[in-house]
Design a protein around this ligand. Structure first.
Ligand SMILES: Nc1ncnc2c1ncn2[C@@H]1O[C@H](COP(=O)(O)OP(=O)(O)OP(=O)(O)O)[C@@H](O)[C@H]1O
Ligand SMILES: [Mg+2]
Length: 258
């Protein structure tokens, strides 16, 4: 399980926070990790402490026709944590992608030369089932789905599952759904508790991440919760999920959210 897409077409469900924290947790555990920011909002790029407009080369250079080799577009965050950053220009780029041959395999082809150099490649998807998300799902071995514990986010999972199934049937039969991570969970809200119960019943629940201020604290200095508050529930949960990935397990024995 090397290439993992973090996907959900619903906005604001903690895809980017999950990608950053899992990446930092895997790197802290000694793994070499490449993050790919596939969202024109460039939230992941900003979260790791980079300025989107300052990057010499970004994901746009990787994806465009006759693009640059991906190796030239990778930036180093730390020894074991690297990133292909994003930029607002990725939005118009999507239109161009649509007119290309094998448009859903462009990222797959671009990643090939560096696949062997990383233990994990984590792709932060945009909040749409766009050609970019399809590219991520077409080259991923697994998909992790962060989902907010509210009713509409829960209902949105059906649409996502349909798209994933279609991609499995048409493009990438190797793609596996690893499971969902319940995010922004507030124990005090009864709706949150009800939705969490449904998620537990119906999906493989990889973790439960509480809504806590510490998730945002490190953003200004580019550090994930797992780096700046390793004792926090958020960090513990993401570290437990990272450990599961490393151990090749996909079932959590205990969840830390009570
Ligand atoms: N566990 C948490 N506790 C509190 N705030 C959180 C938590 N996880 C994420 N957030 C905050 O929630 C907001 C949305 O998170 P994030 O950007 O990771 O979601 P996203 O799914 O990537 O959004 P988008 O769909 O826009 O890409 C951000 O402001 C983030 O800092
Ligand atoms: Mg995001």
């Amino acid at each position: 399980m090397k290439v993992i897409a973090i996907a959900n077409q619903k906005g604001g469900v903690a895809k980017t926070t999950t990608t950053h924290n899992l990446g930092a947790a895997l790197a802290a555990a000694g793994k070499k990790v490449l993050l790919v920011d596939l969202d024109s909002q460039a939230s992941l790029t900003i979260s790791v402490g980079l300025e989107p407009l300052e990057a010499e080369r970004t994901i746009v250079d990787v994806l465009r026709k006759d693009g640059e080799p991906i190796r030239e577009c990778i930036q180093r965050i730390s020894d074991r944590l690297h990133i292909v950053s994003s930029i607002i220009d990725l939005a118009p780029m999507e239109m161009e992608l649509l007119s290309r041959a094998s448009r859903e395999k462009i990222l797959d082809r671009a990643l090939k030369p560096v696949r062997g150099e990383y233990d994990y490649i984590l792709i932060d998807c945009p909040p749409q089932l766009s050609i970019l998300t399809i590219n991520a799902l077409s080259c991923a071995d697994g998909v992790v789905i962060p989902v907010k514990t509210d009713y509409l986010a829960y209902r949105g999972l059906t649409q996502l599952q349909d798209s994933i199934q279609e991609i499995q049937e048409l493009i990438n039969p190797e793609l596996r759904v690893l499971g969902v991570i319940a995010t922004l969970y507030d124990t005090r809200v009864s709706d949150d508790r009800e939705i969490l119960a449904l998620l537990k019943e119906e999906y493989n629940l990889l973790g439960v991440v509480k809504r806590l201020a510490v998730a945002k604290k490190g953003l200004y200095d580019g550090r994930a919760a797992v780096e700046q508050a390793p004792e926090s529930q958020i960090a513990q949960e993401y570290m437990a999920i990272a450990k599961m990935l490393i151990d090749g397990k996909e079932r959590r024995e205990e969840l830390y959210h009570e």
